[in-house]
Design a protein around this ligand. Structure first.
Ligand code: MN
Length: 260
């Protein structure tokens, strides 16, 4: 079955979201792209995306990827995303996925020998693959499960596990804690929100209570502080503004690494 972006398009109002429109990419002979986007919305999660047939296959991983082969990370398959989504970083003010998106990792991927027919592997519910990103590397597997006992049929059909295979890139390092920032811009959620509009959710925050609500409250406060530091008169720049300037001058890690 050919991939299509109808569901992606239906879920979004492109007059209100900065996310890219539902356009497929023409096939190329370039290496396949992969990325992970850290997304603070109604809950924090990591969107794991693999280029396939001009779109990005997508899974939402609540706990994020783990380098420890003992961790089986739940990955809920979501609608295919346009290829250009793979560079998106910003604020979704309202509607589906409202919140903040960071480009957490990026690179290339390829299916393992025996899994080259990716559509067939997906239909069978097992895809072994190799990642070559900045934070995630080496051998991984995506395997479909039957969902939680008592869970809905829809959940069962889209429940997968993302698991690291044992290799030299596996380990106990908590990669989401050790490397939390954007791979492209070295920003955190507050930096991204400060660059956009810290007042965007003055009335309707994507999450009000609980852990996520508290995270939003902290990030919004920090974004305001960052804005304030920048707004200080240029003759007497505060410490925060100075270091923000310094950081802005530095090239993003991804670009530095790509030059090697
Ligand atoms: Mn998401």
């Amino acid at each position: 079955m050919p991939r299509d972006l109808a569901e992606y398009g239906k879920k979004r109002d492109f007059t209100k979201t900065p996310e890219p429109p539902p356009e497929k990419k023409a096939p190329t002979d370039k290496q396949l792209y992969f990325c992970v986007q850290k997304h603070l919305a109604s809950h924090l999660h990591y969107d794991f995306r693999l280029e396939h047939e001009g779109v990005l296959l997508s899974w939402a991983v609540p706990k994020g990827p783990s380098l420890n082969p003992k961790d089986k990370r739940l990955a809920m398959q979501t609608e295919d995303h346009p290829f250009s989504y793979g560079e998106f970083e910003g604020v979704i003010p309202e509607g589906y996925g409202a919140g903040i998106v960071l480009l957490w990792d990026r690179g290339t991927w390829k299916p393992d020998p025996g899994f080259e027919d990716v559509s067939k592997a997906l239909a069978k519910g097992e895809l072994k693959l190799a990642l070559d990103g900045f934070k995630l590397k080496g051998s991984w597997v995506l395997v479909r499960t039957r969902g939680r006992p008592g869970g809905s049929e829809r959940d069962a059909s889209r429940s997968w596990l993302l698991i690291k295979h044992r290799d030299s890139w596996a380990g106990e390092l908590d990669v989401t804690a050790v490397a939390p920032l954007s791979i492209e811009t070295e920003r955190d959620f507050a930096d991204v929100l400060a660059a956009d509009n810290p007042d965007v959710w003055s009335s309707n925050r994507p999450a009000q209570g609980g852990e996520t609500g508290a995270m939003f409250a902290k990030i919004i406060k920090r974004a305001h502080e960052l804005r304030q530091a920048r707004a200080e008169p240029s003759g007497t720049p505060g410490k925060a503004a100075k270091s923000a300037k310094k950081r802005a001058k530095k090239k993003p890690a991804a670009k530095r690494a790509a030059k090697k």
